[in-house]
Design a protein around this ligand. Structure first.
Ligand code: PFF
Length: 462
């Protein structure tokens, strides 16, 4: 109980700490972190390459059995400690136990993810302008493929767009948590939903669209291998921004009266809904115009423009689509970068503006390894992968799941029932003891074991 009283004392002392100011702000920012290129780029191409509906079902199970409990735990720890992710685990863990290493590895993950994520975002931002200019408006995938190839093989364009994106994210972060992150995501999230619904409806109205819908919703379990299950679990971590301190950091900005399990459930459902909508916007159109769903990572940049170019008023929808993707990536990047920014500024006492600029400078250099993965550094490979592919693989399939396992062990075995109940019931104001008991059971046994087995099998270590 000692650690608990310490943490609430420090929580009381840091009244002036920046944080989310309204319930809608909490929801917008947290959902803004979850919804991103994961829904619009990763989810569709992974579903496309892993057989459609079967993958979808495994992914939904992973989200429920692993994603939800880890996300609730992370947000809860963050709010309890009211500090950056590293300090949070130092405060909450018994003295001398190195649980803070979870967050230290989280900072590493944040850099690795930002390095490749900001490059995909860079392509998306570049595509907004290319779509407006009409440069990618061709129904011939060979034309759109060569346009994409040109962009990613050009080191100068790749770097400049990435730096532009980083500068934009840095600018928002400089404004702070409430005036920056919260204010921006509150404006952007409603626009994102609106655009997605409009594009989804348009796509469903195309002749032949039902083939795409049935691809998304008729399962074929013969394609499900251990590797596919690991991919689905990795996607659940990546999608919900968990296992690396992001949700702990955002949790520290949650208000004390926020119902954490309810908010988390809402975010999870809305995030799934966005992925479905993205699938519904993409696959019917892909099938309607005779394209292949298993194009891989380039689905968004080669197939989609060709699909839009094939439909009436295609340019308008294409511009809307890439604006939507740009918006989605912005909310996610804000949350990824907030992890190291808050650690530097709170733990190491560096001012927030300096911490932000410092992180950006490091990322501008480090991210170049991903920006140049298709040009100057295409031959620079480790374990047979370019830095872009390697960082993506290592974070989703190793670092985030490992972070998830240790978080579960910490909450389930070190924290225990009483603290969990106090934190999740808002000190007894909510009556959710049954839910707390189920959560404890899941984080003690189900989630960590499941992640471990899936990881070992998926990586062929067992
Ligand atoms: N959840 C984001 C997406 O699906 O695009 C990606 C992401 C954000 C991953 C924040 C990790 C993170 F910490």
């Amino acid at each position: 109980m000692k650690q608990d009283s310490r943490s609430s004392a420090s929580a009381g002392a840091s009244k002036a700490r920046d944080g989310f100011t309204s319930s809608f702000g909490v929801l917008a920012a947290t959902l803004g972190s979850a919804v991103g290129l994961g829904n619009i780029w990763k989810f569709p191409y992974l579903t496309g390459t892993n057989g459609g509906a079967g993958f979808l079902i495994v992914y939904v199970c992973a989200t429920l059995l692993v994603g939800l409990p880890v996300m609730i735990s992370e947000i809860m720890l963050g709010r309890r400690a009211k500090s950056d992710a590293v300090t949070a685990l130092k405060k909450l863990a018994p003295a001398g136990q190195p649980w803070w290493l979870i967050s230290a590895f989280g900072v590493l993950s944040a850099f690795l993810i930002m390095a490749f994520y900001s490059e995909v975002a860079a392509w998306v931002f570049a595509y907004v302008f290319k779509a407006i200019g009409g440069g990618i408006l061709s129904s011939n995938p060979q034309v759109t493929s060569s346009a994409f190839g040109k962009l990613i093989a050009d080191p100068v364009q790749s770097l400049l767009w990435q730096w532009l994106v980083l500068a934009l994210i840095g600018g928002i972060l400089l404004m702070g948590v409430a005036k920056g992150i919260e204010a921006v995501t509150k404006k952007l999230m409603p626009i994102l939903f609106l655009l997605l619904v409009v594009i989804g409806v348009r796509s469903l109205m195309l002749p032949g669209a039902m083939q795409g819908v049935s691809f998304l919703f008729t399962p074929d379990f013969s394609k499900i291998t251990a590797g596919v299950v690991l991919t689905a679990v990795g996607l659940a971590f990546f999608k919900l921004s968990i296992g690396m301190g992001t949700m702990m950091t955002y949790g520290s900005y949650f208000r004390d009266d926020q119902n954490i399990p309810a908010t988390t459930l809402r975010v999870m459902c809305a995030d799934l809904f966005v992925s479905m909508l993205a699938g519904i916007a993409i696959f019917p159109a892909v099938f309607a115009f005779g394209f292949k769903p298993e194009a891989g990572p380039s689905l968004l940049f080669i197939t989609i423009p060709a699909v839009f170019a094939s439909m009436p008023m295609g340019q308008l929808f294409m511009v809307a689509f890439f604006i939507l993707a740009a918006i989605a990536s912005t909310g996610a990047m804000l949350s990824i970068l907030e992890v190291p920014v808050s650690v530097l500024s709170e733990r190491f006492g560096i001012s927030r503006p300096r911490a932000t600029v410092l992180n950006l400078l490091v990322l501008a250099l480090f991210g170049a390894t991903c920006a140049l993965s298709n040009s100057s550094m295409a031959d620079f490979k480790l374990f047979g992968m370019t830095m872009f592919d390697l960082f993506d693989f290592v974070t989703s399939n190793i670092l985030m799941p490992l972070g998830g396992i240790f978080l579960c062990l910490f909450v389930g075995w070190v924290w225990g029932f009483e603290r969990l109940k106090a934190a999740l019931s808002n000190e007894g104001r909510l009556h959710n003891e049954g839910l707390v008991r189920v959560l404890l059971l899941v984080v003690r046994f189900v989630s960590p074991l499941l992640i471990l087995v899936v990881m070992l099998k998926g990586l062929k270590l067992f």
